[in-house]
Design a binder for this molecule. Structure first.
Ligand code: BGC
Length: 724
């Protein structure tokens, strides 16, 4: 290979606007012919991908096939709930299956590489990208990371139904200062290793083929050029053997970070252990010069080329560059009824019931229902952020879903009630990429009057409020985490009618719902449910499915509490009183309580569960032993239901301070009405390990407490001792 051809393999541009039948005349085509492109992304359809692949394998000198990447984040055309919602299912099989279906559909459409899973732990809901991850917890996040990698890559990458996964954004991208996207991250190593690294490592341990570096800096050096991160941690400590890609223009952005000109930062990235340059073209345009000047070595370039060629080889592209280009599969395997049925079921499991006073839900399938709100009859926002392959018109709005599920047994009246946001400029920013909410030009008084009129003729009001899809996601940070004011005014007016009100909340992040929780009888949080949204929401509203989602991110009472998360430390001055009342010179606020509105793990069901007989097999354990923790869970209500039984451990005394509780196990069980089951967890030495101040992964002898319950705010516990 010439040096130019080698650097071409390290280059990943976007496809631009390649049109079928004219791919040959595009600029990208010329670059491919000249061996300047190794992989391409954001190109959709077998016809286009076949054409472009043909240029690479027939018209370039070395005939090396291309990788075709895409952000297949939560499904392909069949779109599943946003990842934050998906994580709230706590159903690892379903999550793996969603990735499997995404891989099948994407691969049927020519794609062989997805930029997923996104596993950035985040404890700051101001950050818009919390919608793309699995929440705040390293243990749950790790389980989900593994499941997603398995779902995409399967056991055999050479099949034409499996695709390369890419864990991102390595690392710590979810902890920007102030929750502002791309902002500075500054974190202790002990926190990185214990709380933020585990899901990336879990993906590496699960065999993820590629890793994407994050935009942020770590210890003052952007991840893209951070040798400690990319070589010491990822390669040496974790033994990652795939290739690393930058995020979009990650290399040239290091110039804005203040690390030097394009040549300098490109050499910095290569020397740090970066293999592929997404869009930045720093490698392509400067590495030859740096090589001539002795700033990088040929051995480093060769190593990156080798890793990328190996990935293509593992995918079977050298054997058959068109293995993902089967028009038949594209016609029959995408957005199938079977996939949609699974997406509908998965969406229903992701919903979190916050409140259900007097068992207002499930609603009866009779009478007259007023369906009101800016999100009640909108298709394009239902898939949520990062749904690039979705045909948005395919998505099912709530109104349509309700009518289908009710089949005429109840009457549904609809009114928009308000715009998303009163400020039209803000609404524009919040509805980009064609995700319009069809702004209504009528005044807010007229919209409200129309809503009140249909409310007056109804037995119950279902009000669909919240964020639009693009109010979360990339570059969608917020400082006010409430439902926009105009929608809250609508809600207040509807509450004043005295009719029962159910709030169906759309959101891509935890919001502050303190007032809504006081005023509204029933609140169902549905995130962004994907293409089957309207059906799935109606399945739950009318009781065909009992909600079982549990929060994976804490909902604060006030923005000022952020960052707020369940696995916090005790501090030296915890509150002494159990009520959470203010105490001077103790850790608390003058004007707000410490505890959140809804804790991690929280979510109600239409039925109730009781927890009894918590027992542990032995009071002491040695490193080689396993303890059994058992309890009984009983369904004491009137519906069959699923419950997520959660096990938390506290390491009471350590060489460093330890969290008050850490999730270490969970089981999602189905209990019929009246049924009781024994649930058993095993605790082994690995569940007790953590990184100490020397960053050694150790379990320290001493006392531990085990909590088992329905959410992280559980106080029932049992103790044991780890002995030498
Ligand atoms: C995002 C990544 C994404 C990439 C390619 C970036 O802006 O941060 O998550 O994979 O674009 O679309």
């Amino acid at each position: 290979m010439t040096i130019e051809e080698k650097l071409g393999q390290l280059n990943l541009p976007t496809a631009g606007d390649i049109t079928t039948g004219q791919a040959n005349s595009s600029d990208v085509a010329k670059n491919i012919q000249q061996g300047k492109v190794g992989s391409l992304f954001n190109i959709k359809s077998v016809a286009k991908i076949r054409e472009v692949q043909k240029i690479a394998v027939e018209n370039s000198r070395l005939k090396i096939p291309l990788l075709f990447g895409m952000d297949v984040i939560h499904g392909y055309e069949t779109t599943f709930p946003i990842p934050l919602g998906l994580s709230c299912t706590w159903n690892i099989q379903l999550i793996e299956q969603s990735a499997r279906i995404a891989a099948r559909e994407a691969s049927a459409d020519g794609i062989n590489w997805t930029f997923s899973p996104m596993v950035d732990i985040s404890r700051d809901p101001r950050w818009g990208r919390v919608s793309e991850g699995s929440g705040e917890d390293p243990y749950l996040g790790s389980r989900i990371a593994q499941a997603m990698v398995k779902g995409y890559q399967g056991n055999d990458l050479s099949l034409n139904t499996t695709i390369l996964a890419c864990v991102k954004h390595f690392a710590l991208y979810g902890a920007p200062e102030g929750g502002r996207d791309y902002n500075t991250v500054d974190m202790s190593r002990i926190r990185m290793y214990n709380d933020y690294f585990p899901p990336y490592k879990a993906a590496v341990d699960a065999g993820v083929g590629t890793v994407m570096a994050s935009f942020n800096e770590i210890d003052g050096i952007p991840a893209t050029g951070n040798k400690w991160l990319l070589t010491e941690v990822l390669r040496n400590q974790w033994k990652f053997d795939g290739f690393v890609v930058t995020d979009y223009t990650g290399i040239p952005e290091m110039t804005d970070h203040g690390l030097g000109d394009l040549q300098t930062v490109s050499a910095l990235a290569l020397n740090a252990g970066m293999d592929m340059d997404m869009v930045g073209e720093g490698f392509l345009s400067t590495l030859k010069k740096s090589l001539d000047e002795g700033k990088v070595t040929m051995a480093q370039i060769d190593n990156s080329v080798k890793l990328i060629l190996e990935a293509k080889y593992d995918l079977g592209l050298f054997a058959d560059p068109y293995k993902y280009c089967d028009e038949n599969r594209a016609k029959t395997e995408i957005f199938t009824q079977e996939n949609r049925t699974i997406a509908r079921k998965t969406a229903a499991e992701s919903f979190v019931l916050f409140k259900n006073e007097k068992q207002l839900l499930p609603l009866k399938k009779s009478g007259t229902i007023a369906l009101i709100g800016p999100l009640a009859n909108n298709a394009v926002n239902m898939p949520g952020t990062w749904s690039v392959a979705t045909k948005h018109a395919n998505a099912v709005p709530l109104l349509q879903g309700m009518q289908a599920v009710l089949k005429g047994s109840a009457k549904v009246l609809y009114a928009k009630g308000s715009n998303l946001i009163e400020d039209a400029d803000y609404e524009n920013r919040a509805t980009m990429f064609g995700k319009t909410l069809n702004r209504d030009d009528r005044t807010k008084e007229v919209l409200l009057a129309e809503a009140l009129e249909i409310a007056g003729r109804s037995d119950v009001i279902v009000v669909a409020l919240g964020e639009s899809a693009e109010m979360s996601g990339e570059s969608s940070s917020r400082v006010h985490l409430d439902i926009p004011q105009t929608q809250r005014e609508l809600l207040d007016a509807l509450l004043k009618t005295g009719k029962p009100v159910v709030l169906v909340l759309f959101t891509g992040r935890p919001l502050v719902l303190t007032e809504e929780n006081q005023k509204v009888a029933a609140i169902l949080n549905v995130w962004f449910p994907g293409t089957e949204a309207g059906y799935a929401i109606s399945d739950v509203l009318f009781g065909d499915i009992n909600p079982s989602g549990k929060l994976t991110m804490t909902f604060p009472r006030s923005v000022g509490q952020i960052p707020v998360y369940y696995s916090h430390k005790n501090t030296g001055r915890p509150l002494k009183n159990k009520n959470g009342d203010f105490e001077k010179f103790r850790t608390n606020y003058l004007d707000e309580r410490n505890e959140p509105l809804f804790p991690f793990g929280y979510g109600l069901s239409y039925t109730t569960f009781t927890y009894n007989n918590l027992e542990i097999s032995k009071p002491k354990m040695t490193a080689g032993e396993k303890l059994k923790v058992t309890l009984t869970v009983k369904n004491t209500g009137n519906f069959d239901g699923k419950e997520v039984v959660q096990l938390y451990i506290r390491d009471v005394v350590g060489s460093v301070s330890r969290p008050m509780k850490e999730l270490k196990g969970f089981q999602k069980i189905l209990l019929k009405k009246g049924e009781e089951k024994q649930v058993m967890f095993e605790i082994g030495i690995d569940d007790l390990k953590f990184y100490n101040s020397d960053l050694e992964f150790v379990a320290e002898p001493g006392n531990f407490e085990v909590f088992v319950g329905t959410n992280s705010d559980v106080s029932d516990k049992i103790g044991f001792e780890l002995v030498d």
